[in-house]
Design a protein around this ligand. Sequence first.
Ligand code: C2E
Ligand code: CA
Ligand code: CA
Length: 632
Amino acid sequence: MRILIVDDEPALHDSYRRCFAPVANEDANALSAMASELFDDAVEAAVDDTPVFDCDHHLQGLDAVAAVERALAAGEPYSVAFIDVRMPPGIDGKETATRIRALDAEINLVIVTGYSDYSPIEISKVAGPADKIFYIAKPFELAEIVQTATALGKRWEVDRELAGARAMLAQQVVQLEEQGAELAANESRAVHIANHDSLTDAPNRLAFTRALADRAKQPGMFAVAMIDLDRFKLVNDTLGHLAGDELIREVCLILQRSAPEGGLVARLGGDEFGVLFDTAGDEAAVMAVDRIVHACAVTMKVFGHSVQGAASAGLVTAGDNGLRDPVDLLRRADLALNDAKRNGRGVARLFDESMDEGIRVRRRIESGLSQAIARGELAMVYQPIVAREQLEVMGFEALLRWNTQEYGPISPAVFIPIAEESNLIHELGDWVLKESLAVLNQWPGQYVSVNFSPRQFRRHNFVGYVMECVQRAGIEPHRLQIEITETAIFDDAERAAETLYKLRQMGFRIALDDFGTGYSSLYNIRKFALDSLKIDRSFIDGMGRERESAAIVHSIIHLGKALGLGVIAEGVETAAQVQSLRIAGASHMQGYFFSRPVAEDVAREIAETRFMGDDPSQDDVSDEAPGTGTDG
Ligand code: C2E
Ligand code: CA
Ligand code: CA
């Protein structure tokens, strides 16, 4: 403890020295006890050791002031100063105290004074605060000095520690405040990122479902629409991902512009968007979404390429009394979207209950189909394809039948598309091809025409796969005709052209099925190595009734001839159709008129007979076709 003593009387300094000389043990203990009484328990430990005093003595006030200044500068301030009042010839005690106080706010001043000198109040006024100024009357007791010095010194120490702690706390508070501000900034950034899509900066799926949940809690009718780009994958695959991204951004802007006012447009992921808006009713909602779909159908410039925009939409409305569960609403909008995609694309569909039922049936079919082979529920039937002139049976189309234990027969028109959506199609296709090739041994020379779905056709190394199957069955390639549809080849025309070329090089026959129903131009098919076109039966069916169908049939036959292709008319049911097709020049015919698809043993008889009647123009047997009736 640093103590400052200023008194003009040298003899008094000796007294002070005696006071502060190291004390005997007993005295020290007494002092400790006193100190712990003065201060609370918290400082007791510190008080326990006997204080050691380090005293500086001065005879004049100015010297003392200078000493205080030095001590402060050195970082070793005094805790207590004993100041005599009368110190001629220099400044008096009051002035000394005043100056010291001006330098050091913490120091405890003890004024050593006679009764006639300044009153405590006077000195406090200039060298206060009052709780840091004390008085000892002259002449003093030594013990009085020591006690005062000890008490004040300890208090000074505690004050200093407290002040230090307070300063540290203040600094920590500042730091915490800074960190808090930074955290808040980070948090708002994180919240933004969590709720927005980085590509378009539109709200994302999370934000959309939240907004939907919030909206569902409020009264009033609203609509949820899901919008999906048609053929986005094509842009991605042909022009690259950057172009795909650009297209997404463009479309997002279009959606934001064309969505109903106050509506929320969010990117749900990939090329899928969601729109949430208030509406007056189903009709108004459909109109609003129709507008959006139309707005998307524009040509956009993406990295210098013209890209035709196209979108499909599914929507569902939620009235005050109906279903308002967000998850269910999203699911329903999605079902409606699927329906829109299945039925032509580029349209908006409003959800209806049948869509939900449809999904359930699909799931059931899918699970049943996965066990169909093992359960022996599958069978092949064969339908003859005859040449125009003498109705010679040239080949048979192999058609798959599924007779379920649970629901009876299910049409391939129903289950093939479902198998096509999962990997089941490959398993089924393998089975079909194996069965169809096996049956060839029973026929004198006809070919078998097997349907391949787009996914089968696009599977890796399709050519090698078919070749291997044929070789294993010991069959000549020209006895297998591969039927594929336009969709299988036009979605990736270049690769398809190559695949077809290879197949044809190896000797397989190739027929383009359902011709006329797709979107390919007649002109485009030149690029593909084909043997024949199969005119879709909807045209044959319409031939007698609509001029249009007849015209299409004629032009397809024409085109086929010009390209050196055979033309197979399928779905021939009447003698009249046979007649007109013969005149038009179809090279082959197939249909109930000649035979329904028949079981293996019946097909064998037909194959061996070779000809299907000699004059078909005699009568019309559309429903009672010759042969049998095993068609499902
Ligand atoms: P598709 O390839 O166009 O097959 C011709 C469909 O027309 C067959 O229906 C056949 O039974 C039916 N049909 C034949 N002649 C007539 C007729 O004179 N009038 C009428 N109204 N219909 C006739 P099916 O067997 O129900 O097959 C439907 C579709 O299922 C097929 O259409 C084909 O796309 C697909 N499919 C059938 N079997 C297979 C298969 O093994 N693999 C694949 N990938 N698809 C198959
Ligand atoms: Ca076919
Ligand atoms: Ca067909």
